[in-house]
Design a protein around this ligand. Structure first.
Ligand code: TXA
Ligand code: MG
Length: 312
């Protein structure tokens, strides 16, 4: 159900949950001041309570009161990338950030989104928590219709059109004297080099820092076949590129193979369209570079192809 900006702000202030657009994906929003609305987000999504939420704000000054320690280069990162698809995990005062939001961790994640409607909501309502507006495990929603697919046509949605980036924010965390990427996202690792003087490494290791990364994600019902010995024609359906040919196959096109931004924008829509078409198995063309935004696209496809509910 389409709602106006004014209604979205009123509902949020009254402790309701609404879907709002961001430049990355649609978010399921609740005011930080309403614990029962935050609890409802977990129920609606079927999200495990050990998966913390990102706090979204309109202005960097709203972050400082929560934080116990500001890592080096934080101000430069914020000045360069905010508003935008960057999320930063910072150590916080546990008395000021409800444990429900942080899933009991001593840190919280913060982001200033760029979408004009998201910024207007944040300016009027104050800080809001917002996971992606999809059922847990499913592809994120990049259009209002996707939110309605997951939460019903009566669910209140502020329509901001199609999300321009189409992939979630990149999450950074400072540890061992270096920024690390906890989640690949709309900003490629290379884009941080000019600000940090180095390319932040992807955090991999035994210690789980980003609980959401443990879970199966972004997955349609359809089984995605990546790196398998099977030929595309033996499957009959291909998730591929519009400028390539796949004889005897129906193609679900991600876009042109030299346009990663376009492919990022289309990815979740195309994954969802596989289910609309009731496709059971699809062969994935993964012949593309493994750097820049492609790395995020590749990671999302691998997660979407995983048949186990957890990735460990
Ligand atoms: O682009 C985005 O970031 C979107 C839009 C709506 O802003 N939001 C989003 O939220 O993707 P969600 O809840 O789907 O993903 C948030 C991720 C999860 O993987 C979660 O584990 C991680 O952020 N996260 C949140 N707080 C954290 C913390 N304190 N430490 C480590 N990871 C954290
Ligand atoms: Mg999500």
């Amino acid at each position: 159900m389409d709602i106006s900006l004014e209604t979205a702000c009123t509902l949020l202030t009254q402790g309701e949950v609404v879907a709002i657009p961001t430049e990355t994906v649609y978010g399921l929003a609740a005011s930080i001041a309403h614990p029962q609305a935050i609890a409802k987000i977990f129920t609606l999504k079927g999200r495990p309570s050990n998966n913390p939420l990102i706090i979204h704000v309109a202005d960097i000054e709203q972050i400082y009161p929560y934080v116990t320690e500001i890592p080096p280069h934080f101000a430069e990162l914020a000045a360069y990338f905010w508003p935008g698809p960057l999320t930063v995990v910072l150590p916080v005062k546990s008395s000021l950030v409800p444990a429900q939001i942080r899933a009991g961790l001593s840190t919280a994640a913060f982001r200033i989104p760029q979408h004009p409607l998201a910024l207007k909501v944040l300016q009027q309502v104050g800080p809001i928590v917002m996971p992606s507006a999809n059922l847990s495990g499913k592809p994120s929603a990049t259009q209002p219709a996707h939110v309605a697919q997951d939460f019903g046509t009566h669910f209140p949605i502020l329509d901001g059109g199609s999300c321009s980036h189409g992939l979630e924010s990149t999450i950074l965390y400072y540890m061992n004297a270096q920024w690390h990427i906890l989640r690949l996202g709309s900003l490629a690792a290379e884009q941080f080099e000019s600000v940090l003087g180095y390319k932040p490494p992807l955090h991999q290791g035994d210690k789980v820092i980003c609980p959401g990364q443990l879970h199966r994600h972004y997955a349609p019902q359809a089984q995605l076949l990546i790196d398998q010995e099977l030929s595309p024609a033996s499957i009959g359906y291909v998730l591929g590129f519009s400028d390539r040919t796949y004889p005897d196959c129906k193609i679900f096109s991600l876009g042109k193979s030299d346009q990663p931004e376009e492919i990022a924008e289309n990815l979740y829509e195309v994954l969802r369209s596989l289910d609309e078409a009731k496709i059971q198995r699809v062969w994935v063309d993964n012949d593309f570079p493994q750097n820049g935004l492609w790395l995020t696209i590749s990671e999302r496809l691998v997660r979407a192809s995983c048949s186990s509910p957890f990735i460990l």
